[in-house]
Design a protein around this ligand. Structure first.
Ligand SMILES: [Zn+2]
Length: 59
């Protein structure tokens, strides 16, 4: 039951910014206190950090 993706064995995640489906291996990730956010590109990653004001923590 339910839909199944046969095209790929790679798990898909949704970009936190543009909501595009991307292969998990291709994403950048940001850990928040509540969840892990995924991003399709550096551009989305930068935008998310600009909006949330969160730094990765590496100075
Ligand atoms: Zn994106």
């Amino acid at each position: 039951m339910g839909s199944r993706i046969d095209d790929t064995t790679v798990p898909l995640v949704i970009c936190e910014v543009c909501l595009k489906r991307v292969a998990k291996d291709m994403t950048r990730q940001a850990e928040t206190p509540n969840y892990v956010a995924y991003f399709c590109s550096d551009k989305c990653w930068d935008r998310w950090h600009a909006q949330h004001g969160a730094n990765p923590g590496t100075a």
